[in-house]
Unconditional design. Structure first.
Length: 173
């Protein structure tokens, strides 16, 4: 079954970055997957500290964690965002780099991050992970979860095909 062209909206450059920021504003926790060639996939929840104006995703992480070790061997990662309250979903494939840049740690630090670092932001284990997006795909409703559920119910009753949502590729070039 071919997808309707009106439901496909590919986003690039500024539109893609705006979409990243919008989704992270609603749901800052994602699943970060490393070691993409080994099954089962190594996936864990991570809090995005920031999406910058270049479209990069920024995280704080411990230098001794599996994810840091895996990224140092293979920088390819996949991020999965699920904002079920608004029916927004995003998958981003990208390349991760790890740094100990003090200015970036200071910029990204939050009180919640203290839970993972015994000595606070001065803990020698604190690192910053930057994920630079290479390609991705998003799914989004046009009207949010409640209206979408009502439209799904109406579609089921009337037998008419649901015309809800938009999806497409997403890339920062």
């Amino acid at each position: 079954m071919e997808k309707e062209a009106s439901k496909i909206k590919n986003l690039v450059n500024e539109d893609a970055i705006d979409k990243f920021k919008e989704l992270v504003k609603h749901e800052s926790t994602c699943l970060l997957t490393t070691n993409l060639t080994q099954l089962p996939l190594n996936t864990r929840p991570m809090a995005v500290q920031k999406v910058c104006d270049q479209g990069n995703f920024w995280f704080l992480s411990g230098s001794d964690t599996d994810k840091n070790i895996e990224i140092s061997k293979d920088p390819r990662v996949q991020l999965f965002f699920l904002n079920t309250s608004n029916y927004e979903f995003l998958s981003v494939y990208g390349e991760a780099t790890i740094t100990r840049d003090r200015a970036k740690i200071d910029e990204l630090w939050t009180d919640i991050a203290k839970a993972w670092f015994e000595k606070g932001k001065d803990d020698p284990r604190v690192t910053v992970i930057k994920v630079t997006p290479i390609e991705g795909y998003y799914w989004d409703t046009k009207s949010g979860k409640l209206v979408s559920l009502l439209k799904i119910a109406a579609s089921a009753v009337t037998g008419k095909t649901l015309q809800e949502g938009v999806e497409g590729t997403i890339a920062v070039k």
